[in-house]
Each structure stands twice: as structure tokens, then as C-alpha cells.
Design a protein around this ligand. Structure first.
Ligand code: UGA
Length: 447
């Protein structure tokens, strides 16, 4: 069965990136979001977050009418025949995920489906714990629509693997597609749409049940987080061995095909809206169903302590940070985003403030978001060079491409004391270490 009139419920990062992936190939999409201000902004062609390549596409899709953004879920459901649900699932204080938005969306979808006489497929893209689609979403849609899943409407769970900063690329060229299906017709319908969309570039498709699809998302993010905490552990060991360098260790490990080189970049830890949240949710869910996930607990512990390595390295040079001027290069949780959620800059800056340091920070795009966290407790520079002026120590927190272009002289000429802590391993240690005090994550004493 071929259904090609697409709607997306939720205009957040995943929803809009997915919508614009579809419109970029000529599909018409209706996006719905109850936030009227946001829908108005999107309808005017303005992207509500920073993401490379999307704003141009959005402007074009709105202009040509390929994308419409509406506040009513009902309109989106009635005018289309396949809906992707991409609403947020944040953590609750106990670590489990907050289902408020997905429950509200399920009720709305159900009420809209009540008015429909034709088959409609619902595809859950939001990250939810195993059994949520079957035990919470399906009953809510059925109750509010008075229709039967598998008969009047279909239901799939197809997790997304988009990275912030390369969402469009990831949407257009995924490594794999996971289709968790309530019944065969639902899975066949989604597969037909995706095969049509990706045509000869269709990646491997795995069809499975709803709960397995839900777990694949958590397992994937938790595994990547594990890789990062693993290499950060090796980095911390390297720092105790004169001459050892985690960069070379990772290179040597990564060439083994069984290990692979990706996600072995040691640094100050992972952040963002996904890894910390998903790992916590999987740990909490696992404990709730009776399994103690010791390995995942350790991954989390390693990541929580890793940002403080930057402060330790700083103190190894300056001893007392009181009244010392610290320059922070990079605030966002990673380059190419303005997202400050769980950014490692946050615990680092809070610790430095606790130690009474004076902080000046620079980030190419995340300053407005950072201001809502730190207000005027820190100063904000308008360029990397301005940030370095008169600093006693600089900590490189986020590896933005423009920071990679800085030369040792940029530090020596502008800082009061040229001391650099490379928290993301972007600088050549022999070049920088020769003319200034230099320390880096995973680098044993320079011999
Ligand atoms: C992550 C996953 O990579 C996506 O596949 C997934 O769809 C997404 O979460 C999600 O669940 O929605 P994202 O959070 O955008 O995507 O960012 P990543 O590029 O995965 O980076 C996450 C964090 O790990 C960043 O703080 C980054 O600096 C850190 N990282 C990454 C490292 O410290 N070392 C590495 O080698 C790689």
C-alpha cells in the first residue's frame, strides 16, 4: 500500500529535519505543533534552532507550498495518510522519560482519526522506552478514535538516528532503517514509502516488533556513549604515563575492523539532549524491570567526572584559580549547534566560578542560550581572540572549526600567561607544547 501524503506531529529538531528531508525530494508535508508562535515562525520560513543547511530548505519549502506548519494536529491528520510523531520525551527527575507530550499527541491523533474513513498510518519517531508504543500509545489512540489498530489504522515505531549539526545529511543517507511494526500491513506501508523515498539508495531495513525497535534506539545511543566513556578512561590512564597519547591509542585501536575508529575521540565527555537522557532512561528502565545494568552505570559515572578534568589540568598550572582570568573557547555541547543542553561547558564553568575564577567565554552561535544559564556571572567575548585577551589560562571546550585555525601565536600574543588546556585534542601538542604551557586530555607528560 502506497501512502504519500505526509504529516509530522511535532516541529522540534527531529520533526523539522525529517519534514525538510521529505520536502527536499519533492514530497508535500504538513507539520503540526500546538505552539502557535513557533508554527507562525516556521510558516514565515524561519528555523527555530541552529542547524546547517536547513533554513534555505525551509524558506524554499514554505514558498513552494511543499511545507505547511499548522497548530492543529487534527488538520495534519485529516489532510494526510501517514503521520510521523516526533514530540519530545524529556527525562523526569527519577530518570524515566516524561510521556506527557506523547500522551497528549496520542489523544489528539485519536480524536482526529475518529473523523477519518480511510486507513492512516502512525509512525512513532520519538525516543520511548520498550513497550510504550504498544501499551500506552496504541490504547490511547484506540480509545480516542474508537478504531482498531491493525484494522482502521496502522502503527509503527521507527527510531531516528539524526545527529545535531548533520541532521539533513543523516536523514537523506541513513546507515539503516528500523521498522518496528504492530502488524504486517503497517510495516509494509512504511517500507513502501521509504523505498520510494530512498529508491536505489535504500539502506538495509530491519523489520521487527515495536519493543525491539524501541530498544534499538536506546542500545545504539548507550553503546556510542560507552565508546566515549571507554576512550575517556583510556585517556585518563594515558595522562599518568609519560609520553603516552590517547590519540595514537585510538588510532591503533580503530584500525581493528571489529572496533572501528568512530566515536573514539577522547575529550571532556559527551553532552546534548540525547546521550545523557537516553542512557539515564535505559538505566532506570532496566532497574525497574529487574536488571542492574552495572556497565551503563559506570559509563554515566565516567562521563559525569570527565568535565572536571579541565579544571584539574588548569589547576596543575595555576594552583589557585581565585581571581584568575580563564578563557573558555566553545560553549555548545558540540560544534555546529547552539544547543547547550547537558553541555560540558556548564559543569566546568560552575566549578570555575566556585573557585572564584573570572570567566570570559566565546562561542560562534551558542552565546544567547548560554546567557540564559550563566546570565552576567561570566563575560561573553565576540571573537576567539577577544576571549583570549589578558587570560591566565584558556580551556578549549568545543571543537568548532574556527578554533582549529588558531596558531600558537594567537595565544602567546593575547594571553597574560599562555597556558592552554586542549579539552578536545584539536591542537598539535608538539607545536603548541614547544612555545607555551600546554596540556591536553589523554596526553601524558610531553617527553
Ligand atoms: C546522538 C546520536 O549520534 C544520533 O545518532 C541520535 O539520533 C541522537 O543522539 C538522538 O538520539 O537524537 P547528537 O546528540 O546530536 O546525536 O550528537 P553526537 O554527534 O552523537 O555527539 C554526542 C556527544 O558525544 C557530543 O557531546 C560529542 O562532543 C560527544 N562525542 C562524540 C565525544 O566526546 N567523542 C566522540 O568520539 C564522539
Amino acid at each position: 500500500m502506497k501512502l504519500h501524503n505526509i504529516s509530522i506531529i511535532g516541529s522540534g529538531y527531529v520533526g523539522l529535519s525529517t519534514a525538510l528531508g521529505f520536502t527536499s525530494k519533492g514530497y508535500a508535508v504538513i507539520v503540526s505543533d500546538p505552539d502557535k508562535e513557533k508554527t507562525k515562525k516556521i510558516q514565515e520560513g524561519s528555523l527555530p534552532f541552529h542547524e546547517p543547511n536547513l533554513e534555505e530548505l525551509l524558506k524554499n519549502a514554505v514558498k513552494t507550498g511543499k511545507l505547511r506548519c499548522v497548530p492543529k494536529c487534527k488538520e495534519a491528520i485529516l489532510k494526510t495518510d501517514i503521520s510521523f510523531v516526533a514530540v519530545g520525551t524529556p527525562n523526569l527527575p527519577d530518570g524515566l522519560i516524561d510521556l506527557q507530550y506523547i500522551e497528549e499527541a496520542s489523544c489528539e491523533i485519536g480524536r482526529a482519526l475518529k473523523k477519518k474513513t480511510t486507513y492512516h498510518l502512525i509512525v512513532i519517531k520519538s525516543t520511548v522506552a520498550p513497550t510504550t508504543t504498544e501499551n500506552i500509545i496504541k490504547p490511547l489512540i484506540e480509545a480516542h478514535s474508537s478504531k482498531n489498530c491493525g484494522v482502521d489504522f496502522g502503527l509503527c515505531m521507527s527510531p531516528e538516528f539524526l545527529r545535531e549539526g548533520s541532521a539533513l545529511q543523516d536523514m537523506l543517507h541513513p546507515d539503516r532503517i528500523i521498522i518496528g511494526e504492530y502488524d504486517k500491513k503497517s510495516g509494509d506501508t512504511l517500507e513502501a514509502l521509504l523505498r520510494d523515498f530512498y529508491s536505489e539508495n535504500t539502506p538495509p531495513i530491519i523489520r521487527t516488533n515495536l519493543s525491539t525497535a524501541e530498544l534499538i534506539k536506546y542500545a545504539s545511543n548507550s553503546f556510542l556513549a560507552t565508546k566515549i566513556s571507554f576512550i575517556n578512561t583510556i585517556a585518563n590512564i594515558c595522562e599518568k604515563i609519560p609520553g603516552a597519547d590517547v590519540l595514537i591509542v585510538a588510532e591503533g585501536m580503530g584500525l581493528d575492523k571489529r572496533i572501528g575508529s568512530l566515536f573514539l575521540n577522547a575529550g571532556l565527555g559527551y553532552g546534548g539532549s540525547c546521550f545523557p537522557k537516553d542512557l539515564k532512561a535505559l538505566i532506570t528502565y532496566s532497574k525497574k524491570i529487574g536488571y542492574q545494568p552495572t556497565l551503563l552505570d559506570s559509563v554515566e559515572v565516567v562521563n559525569k567526572t570527565q568535565p572536571y578534568k579541565a579544571v584539574e589540568l588548569c589547576k596543575s598550572f595555576l594552583t589557585d584559580l581565585k581571581e584568575k582570568n580563564i578563557a573558555i573557547l566553545g560553549l555548545a555541547f558540540k560544534p555546529d549547534t547552539d544547543d547547550m543542553r547537558e553541555a560540558v561547558a556548564v559543569p566546568i564553568i560552575h566549578q570555575l566560578l566556585k573557585e572564584c575564577a573570572n570567566i570570559t567565554a566565546y562561542d560562534p552561535v551558542a552565546v544567547p542560550n548560554a546567557k540564559s544559564i550563566f546570565q552576567d556571572k561570566i563575560k561573553y567575548a565576540s571573537s576567539a581572540i577577544q576571549c583570549l585577551k589578558n587570560a591566565d589560562c584558556c580551556i578549549l571546550v568545543t571543537e568548532w572549526p574556527e578554533f582549529k585555525k588558531l596558531a600558537p601565536e594567537d595565544f602567546t600574543k593575547n594571553m597574560k600567561q599562555p597556558i592552554l588546556i586542549d579539552g578536545r585534542r584539536i591542537y598539535d601538542s608538539s607545536e603548541f607544547g614547544r612555545i607555551m604551557k600546554f596540556a591536553a586530555i589523554g596526553l601524558g607528560e610531553i617527553t
